[in-house]
Design a protein. Sequence first.
Length: 494
Amino acid sequence: MEWSFETAERLAAALRAGEVTSVELTEEAIARIERDDKAINAVCVPDFERARAAARAADEARGRGEDRPLLGLPVTVKESYDVAGLPTTWGMPQYRDHVPVEDAVQVSRLRAAGAVVLGKTNVPLGLQDLQSFNEIYGTTNNPWDHARTPGGSSGGSAAALAAGFGSLSIGSDIGGSLRTPAHFCGVYAHKPTLGLVASRGMVPPTAPALPVDLDLAVVGPMARTARDLTLLLDVMAGPDPLTHGVAHHLALPLARHRRLSDFRILVIDEHPFIATGSAVRAGVNRVADALVDGGAHVERRTPLLPDLAEAATLYTQLLFSGSVARFPVDAYEQLRTRAAGLSDDDLSLDAARLRAMVFSHRDWMEANDRRELHRHGWRQLFAQFDAVVCPITPTPAFPHDHDPDLLGRRIDVDGVEYPFFDQLVWAGLATMPGLPATAVPAGLSPEGLPVGVQLIGPMFEDRTPLRLAELLEQRIGGFRAPAQDRGGLPRTQL
């Protein structure tokens, strides 16, 4: 039997029942990577010998009667996480020889749960792209179409899952970096509530692995089913033992409902800053129809929804003000000059990005105050609704675009071009207020590419969108293997 595309839940049951060993699963995963990853380039830092040793140890532990949530399961880890003995570069050439001596807290939790780490997955330069390519490790291709990106910055992890390279992976998200790759590759991902999952050790090269509270960014799970997301989130969630964990213990509330017919859902697919492509709109509608057919109460409009234009502008301000915090002084002064030349009535996101890059602390505080008003608006909305369904990006996976001028790039939405970073507005809808959001497959585009949507839930009620994802999976299906793993060839070879 081939196990590569089985769920983590099924593999765990098979291991407990003695149907398969961790060594067998690990050897199958390694063989698959060695056979198929030359074309995909998802696993950029293999760690096969230590994986084999961990698999043998897992089988020995099970033989002694031990059982842990991930005992013996082969998994991958995003390159940006510190793994003792492996390089952490964030795709930056000057750090190709940077090798941490300590695991990130989430890698430690994977190991403590019994997981077998196969290696690290590819990322974009500095994690700052919706693609995954860099000078050190090259370009990761989408398993569905090698001419297209798998997304970023957790694109290597999503591609690995879609290609059957391990049953689970961990990534991170500030601009949709978990959700966009899941959407592009047809897998599942969960952006946890801000602060729910400790991130220590997911830091740029040479930066100390300190237990800091991040402003927008989170780390989270990726999988091929909704239930597997929950399995992995339960391993990852919880405060850092060096700080909040000293006094706090995690007690996530149960999902608000168990039955689809009890859910109250708001569905939105229009944004004031960017059009929604027809393929993505069709995916949103497929999910909406499934919700209605399952008896859920679905609405398309409500005055409770925070203003989407202001939300996108706030997200842009908070994101880009942080992105240039360590720019050299001369580069910062050039930005100040450019920002001063903007017209006062230019309210575009391009202008918001440039102005945010030279924010003063006072400017940031004012933006943060407005964020708190939005958070309160979301609390009022979630008193009437249980989740919001909306796009992740306006299009399916787009062709590779390696133009180094990110601000000059464009994204094509049904024949109309928009600034490349404008497509972040849907991801930012959950990121700016710190809400949990689960990315779920929603079928295929007319071109045969995966399309996903996100389910945004109330703060710290992560189990609610995860449960909704599970119920939707039962009605519309979930992950499906790319064409070559169903007996065909990648689209670029057809």
